[in-house]
Structures are given as structure tokens and as C-alpha cells.
Design a protein around this ligand. Structure first.
Ligand SMILES: NC(=O)c1ccc[n+]([C@@H]2O[C@H](COP(=O)([O-])OP(=O)(O)OC[C@H]3O[C@@H](n4cnc5c(N)ncnc54)[C@H](O)[C@@H]3O)[C@@H](O)[C@H]2O)c1
Ligand SMILES: N[C@@H](CCO)C(=O)O
Ligand code: NA
Length: 430
């Protein structure tokens, strides 16, 4: 039976995502009410620039005082789409204290302070939902938290940043320059307010922390995630990748160690074979593989960024949280009971593509091969190309630990015949 008294929603932030949330709340109002069992009403919209014309939003709802809005006491759900750490963190905890549940898209905040926010939600018997924070529209948080709650997840691997996938795709497929591709991604509403968060891998690292935490029932913070951005990836790297039948993607990889006793989480550019499904993920799309004991391999694919796709995930959470409120219940909270140690990058085992500039003279190849052998790193293939007394040597290794590879590279740099290490890239997905 439909309740006539509406559930009241406060929207914090009315930018790329917030404006789409408001639009869908209005255009889908009747369906949302039928699905929830009560109408949902936009009761206030906190913005920074009140004078801006906002199509479809009653100017009477607009306020610059977000704190007063979350303190009103009659708000059922606060939707936080401001982004950043403060004032979002204080507004969310204040919302819990004043009786509201929260839906957020803020991965930076959740990766940094997720434990405290979950604790605040629990202490006030409220929900904290954040499907939009990871991989935009793709249902990923809920499947990991609920559908796979009876399985044992061992690995989560994928493309979780739309902006960088858009840029890398453009660089690879059209030869576009980095800045030109970034400007386009920003204009399309994919990039963060400060796109450094995207291109330096902070956004993907925040998402990796959230995914690893849920997948392994362990607290994983942003600082636990190894991170390399994609600003150093060059046209020459793409050419090398193509010679190997690969392309380059910025990947987030969360893994349980083989003995199950620890986990790792990392974000870095990597070569992947063109035959791997991740190689064909184009534009701002995201795709994530989840491997677990009983299910085997699952793949989640869809739009990872943009106003409307992200709003889709926010609205899904809004419906779930509203249903919980009508039932006088809350959904699942944080699960960190396993408390596994999070190991550093040195423990990660993978393959490497190393490009060296060397002197083109007898014995150099043997010297280089010896260094790899001394560090226990086995070579899979070597390719050499001479040019005027100098040569470029491309070595692809078998699986080795990052620590062993690091030691190898350090020793290579000390060889007189090695002029420089042009690039080191991990090879995944084989
Ligand atoms: N754009 C995407 O594709 C996408 C996808 C997933 C998640 N997110 C996340 O969603 C959130 C919002 O992203 P966005 O792309 O809409 O950003 P945006 O910059 O377009 O929108 C944020 C809005 O919040 C407003 N704002 C800032 N401080 C405020 C305050 N104190 N009170 C009221 N309003 C304030 C800004 O003026 C801006 O209009 C971020 O956490 C982001 O990481 C974005
Ligand atoms: N800036 C983010 C938004 C989606 O989280 C991205 O490009 O993926
Ligand atoms: Na999602």
C-alpha cells in the first residue's frame, strides 16, 4: 500500500551528477513512488552558486547553507554529490546525527574515512550507500556486498576510471595527444573537479580501496593502495605494446595472496593482450572482473562516468534506502571482520615489460641476462634493435615479485653498458 506522506530528500551539490539526480527524481517520480511505496520529495538543494539557473529545480528549494539543510530534522535521505573531503564528511556525519540516511558518490571520502562514516551510520542506526562511488552506473558494490556475500572473492581486476580509459583509448586509437583527450573527457563530465585525481591514479586507487575492503572483508585505506598514474605513458609504449599484441590500460587490481593470509591492492598502467576482454573497453566505459571460489569469473561492464549513468546508481541507492526506512530497517553495514594484513607492492607477483637503452657491442646481452638471473627473474623474450652503436633492448619476463624486479632494475642501472631504463610496464591479463 502506498504511503501518502512523502520521504524527504536533501540534495547536496548540483553539478554534473547532482543535476541529473534532480532531473531523474522529477521525471521518474511516479515510478519511484510505486517502487518505494511512498512518494519521494526533493526537500532542499544545497549549492555553492545560488544565482545559477537550474532547469527543473524550484528556486525556492535552493540554499547555500548545506549544514542547516542536513540539520533540519525532517530529512529522510541526504544525497551527497559535492565531492572532496570537507565539508562532505562533516555534512554526512551531521546528517546521521539528525536522523537521515545517506547516499554518496564520494569515493575519495569513502576511501579515506569509510570506517568512521560506517561507524557513524551504525551508531545512529542509519544507512550509508555508495554504489555510484565505484564504476559509475555499473552495479558492483551491491553485488560484492550482497550477491557474493556467501562466496570467497580472491581477485578483483578492472578498469575503474572512465577519464583515463577515455584518454588512453584516444591516444591508442586516434593518436590524439594527452592534453587534447583530457580536455574532451573534462568537457564530457567524466573528470574529477581536479583531473589530477584521475590521471595520477588517485581516483582509481580510492575505488580499489573500497572494492578490496568489501571483497576481502578487511579495512583497506587509500594509503594501502600502491598507485601509479598514466601521465608517463607515451606513444612509444603503445607501439611496444602493439608489437607484443597488447594495448595499455590503467588497471586496479585487488588480490588475495596465494596462501590467503594477506591481500594487496594496486593501480598502475599495464599491458594487456588485445584478446583480453578488457582490451576492448573503449571510451569512458569501465569493466571489472571478480573471481571467487564458487562463482568462478564474473565480469561487470558499463558506463563508468558521466552525469546520467552516475545518477542511475545514486537513484538505485536512494530507492533501496527509502525502502529500508519504510521498513524501519537498515541494509548491510561495513564488514571488516577478516582484518587481513594489506601487503605492499613488493609482494605482488606479475610479468614485466622492460625497455632498456644499451650500448650495441658484444657481451651486453649476456651482461643484462646475468643481472636478471642473479635476481631470480626469469626472462621470457628479448628483442633487440640496433641504431648507430646504441641499441634498444626489450625484455619480457616470466612472473616475478615486484621486489625482485626492483632489485633487477637497480642493478641494471649500474651497468656501464646500460645507458638508461626507458620504461618498465607490468603485463597483466594472461
Ligand atoms: N562525474 C562523474 O562521472 C562521477 C562519477 C562517479 C562519482 N562521481 C562523484 O560524484 C561527486 C560529484 O561529482 P560531479 O562530477 O557532479 O562534480 P561537480 O564538480 O560537477 O559537482 C559538484 C557540485 O558541488 C558544488 N559544491 C561544492 N561545495 C559545495 C558546498 N559546500 N555546498 C553545496 N554545493 C557545493 C559545486 O559547486 C558543484 O556544482 C564527486 O564525489 C565525484 O567523485 C562523479
Ligand atoms: N572521474 C571519474 C568519475 C567516475 O567515478 C572517472 O573518470 O571515472
Ligand atoms: Na557502481
Amino acid at each position: 500500500m502506498m504511503r501518502t506522506r512523502p520521504l524527504k530528500v536533501a540534495l547536496l551539490g548540483c553539478g554534473v551528477v547532482g543535476s541529473e539526480v534532480a532531473r531523474i527524481m522529477t521525471t521518474h517520480a511516479a515510478d519511484l513512488a510505486a517502487r518505494i511505496g511512498a512518494p519521494v520529495e526533493l526537500a532542499g538543494v544545497a549549492v555553492r552558486r545560488p544565482g545559477k539557473v537550474r532547469e527543473g529545480i524550484d528556486p525556492g528549494l535552493v540554499t547555500t547553507d548545506a549544514t542547516a539543510l542536513v540539520k533540519r530534522g525532517d530529512i529522510d535521505v541526504v544525497v551527497e554529490v559535492i565531492g572532496g573531503i570537507e565539508p562532505a564528511r562533516t555534512l554526512i556525519t551531521t546528517a546521521f546525527e539528525h536522523g537521515a540516511s545517506v547516499v554518496s558518490a564520494n569515493k575519495a571520502l569513502l576511501a579515506q574515512d569509510g570506517a568512521d562514516l560506517h561507524a557513524a551510520a551504525e551508531a545512529n542506526n542509519k544507512d550509508l550507500y555508495y554504489e555510484a562511488a565505484v564504476a559509475g552506473a555499473i552495479p558492483l558494490i551491491r553485488p560484492l556486498r550482497e550477491s557474493l556475500a556467501g562466496d570467497k572473492v580472491n581477485r578483483v581486476l578492472g578498469i575503474v576510471n572512465g577519464t583515463t580509459n577515455f584518454i588512453l583509448d584516444k591516444m591508442d586509437s586516434t593518436g590524439a595527444g594527452y592534453q587534447e583527450a583530457l580536455d574532451e573527457a573534462t568537457a564530457l563530465g567524466y573528470a574529477e573537479a581536479d583531473p589530477t585525481a584521475d590521471v595520477e591514479g588517485f581516483d582509481a586507487a580510492a575505488k580499489a580501496a573500497i572494492l578490496a575492503g568489501i571483497a576481502f572483508h578487511t579495512r583497506v585505506r587509500l594509503d594501502d593502495v600502491y598507485r601509479e598514474g598514466m601521465t608517463e605513458v607515451t606513444a612509444a609504449d603503445f607501439a611496444s605494446a602493439r608489437e607484443m599484441g597488447c594495448t595499455i590500460k590503467l588497471l586496479a587490481i585487488c588480490e588475495r595472496a596465494a596462501d590467503g593470509a594477506s591481500v594487496t591492492a594496486r593501480v598502475h598502467p599495464a599491458m594487456i593482450p588485445l584478446t583480453h576482454p578488457l582490451a576492448s573497453v573503449r571510451g569512458a566505459y569501465n569493466a571489472v572482473f571478480v573471481e571467487s571460489d564458487a562463482s568462478g569469473q564474473l565480469m561487470f561492464y558499463g558506463p563508468g562516468a558521466g552525469g546520467a549513468p552516475t545518477a542511475s546508481a545514486v537513484l538505485g541507492d536512494l530507492v533501496a534506502v527509502c525502502r529500508n526506512r519504510l521498513n524501519g530497517a537498515t541494509g548491510p553495514g561495513e564488514s571488516s571482520y577478516a582484518a587481513l594484513p594489506v601487503s605492499g607492492m613488493g609482494e605482488v607477483v606479475t610479468r614485466y615489460h622492460i625497455s632498456l637503452d644499451v650500448a650495441d657491442k658484444p657481451g651486453v646481452l649476456a651482461q643484462v641476462a646475468t643481472v636478471f638471473a642473479e635476481h631470480g627473474v626469469s626472462i621470457d623474450t628479448v628483442r633487440q634493435q640496433g641504431k648507430d652503436g646504441e641499441a634498444s633492448l626489450v625484455v619480457v619476463t616470466h612472473r616475478a615479485s615486484d621486489a625482485a624486479l626492483g632489485g633487477t632494475v637497480e642493478a641494471l642501472r649500474k651497468l656501464d653498458t646500460v645507458r638508461g631504463v626507458a620504461s618498465i610496464m607490468r603485463v597483466e591479463g594472461e
